[in-house]
Design a protein around this ligand. Sequence first.
Ligand code: G4P
Length: 533
Amino acid sequence: MSKYETEINRRRTFAIISHPDAGKTTLTEKFLLYGGAIAQAGQVKGKKNTRAATSDWMEIEKQRGISVTSSVMQFQYEGFCVNILDTPGHQDFSEDTYRTLMAADSAVMVIDAAKGVEAQTRKLFKVCAMRDIPIFTFINKMDREARDPFELCEELEKELGIETYPINWPIGDGKDFQGVYDREKRQIIHFTGHGGAKAATATTVSLGDEGLDDLIGQNLHARLTEDVELLDGAAAEFDLEKVRHGKLSPVFFGSALTNFGVEPFLEGFLQMTTPPLSRMAGETVIDSMEDDFSAFVFKIQANMNKAHRDRIAFMRVVSGKFEADREVYHVQGGKKLRLSRPQQLMAAEREIIEEAYAGDIIGVFDPGIFSIGDTLCAPGKKFQFDPIPTFAPEHFRRVRPLDTMKRKQFLKGAEQIAQEGAIQMFKAPYTGMEEIIVGVVGTLQFDVLEYRLKNEYGVDIFMEGLPYEYLRWIEAADGEPVKEENLTLGTDTKLVEDFKGRQLLLFGSKWAVNWTGERNPNLTFTPFGGGEE
Ligand code: G4P
């Protein structure tokens, strides 16, 4: 047993996923409010508002700053030490967003009660489902007109292919949203006061209470009685094992804006979710409770500020305890090193830390030695954590240096940035002059590429949008390199290769993928990675 068992056991590390505007930022902030990490709501949110303003470089830098400061937040709640991982949405959605999910042990999925499952929810859900981690659903914005809760649960099941189990049930919606019914305790949690910046006040009343008509009104009482009968009659049973394996999603209702239902959710979720999960290193299971420290790098944030060219490597501590300045072994680099000045992010502030435990995320200054997926462990150990999957790019551009004399610097810079995992690079060597095609998960990465090439390598670039959205590795039946003239390709399909010479096809539509498959039966297609719908 580990010496640090109590510390590790009380940790809960999760990511919040949602479609933009469903209320992820608001909910995160309310968690921090309930956890006492911020005194009043509005602090996290305020930063976000500056984000959408303009798109000039300063703004991108600010955005990046924000993604650094809001990458991980830690707070204490009723004995739990909670780590929230942010998954950026909107225009800064990128491969990092997916990778961040690799560092989480569970996910909180925020759904807008008027909209149900939306595109980005679906994508992020898919990546969580790949790992079978527990997924908790918070149906938000109940203070607005909402869709029927039964219908919403049904949609989750149908669209995402996961069973659902409502832990609580909303009483009314819009202006009439009064509280939630706790199914296990058979109690109504009735909220009063517009929570907003302060915690909401709640009264608890049992379902059979005589005063219920007066409290919530006859109509809502009648509807609740009916709904509860339907819910109790439904076949689905609550099964914690299924929750822990991502097969059943517990559903909670509430309003992050008014705070109604936020605390019941936080409490219920923290009780049900798992302490830090083990990770695989080949055949070996590395358990969080092992004494020896181990961690893996899941994100590298290059600082865009030229004045201090630092990069921060974010790592998830998998086992044991991390201590600042103690020697660790960097497996991929084959070197022992000391991680000095490690940082942790408390609410909106960076802090230098001395120690961290399994489940925690730390950021360390990276002099350029780490790559995504690298393992750090105790000296004397040599295992490598399973690699972090690559995610399929969804946007493509043809990129060239404005000054043809700078082609060498351009290639060097772009390759370096590709190695950091921010972009994918392909070439189309079949058209005379070699053409470079860059693929990204989120379009902000194009701006980052342009800025970094200019500032770090002195190369101005020209980018041209390409209409592709899907890609597949291809292989011919005879194992020989595929020649374009032997293929039947539509106009929205392009043959390219990566920098190791492996061939791929880029497609403008899902339809084109199928069409090409049918017309080129000697080709085998392999999907690029996760994320793609
Ligand atoms: P996101 O991080 O998922 O993108 O969503 P965010 O929390 O920023 O919320 C998006 C908008 O929805 C915000 O309004 C926010 O106030 C609102 N919102 C979040 N939760 C609730 C809720 O439970 N009920 C209601 N009615 N609204 C909610 P905004 O007008 O875009 O921003 P703001 O001016 O209010 O800050």
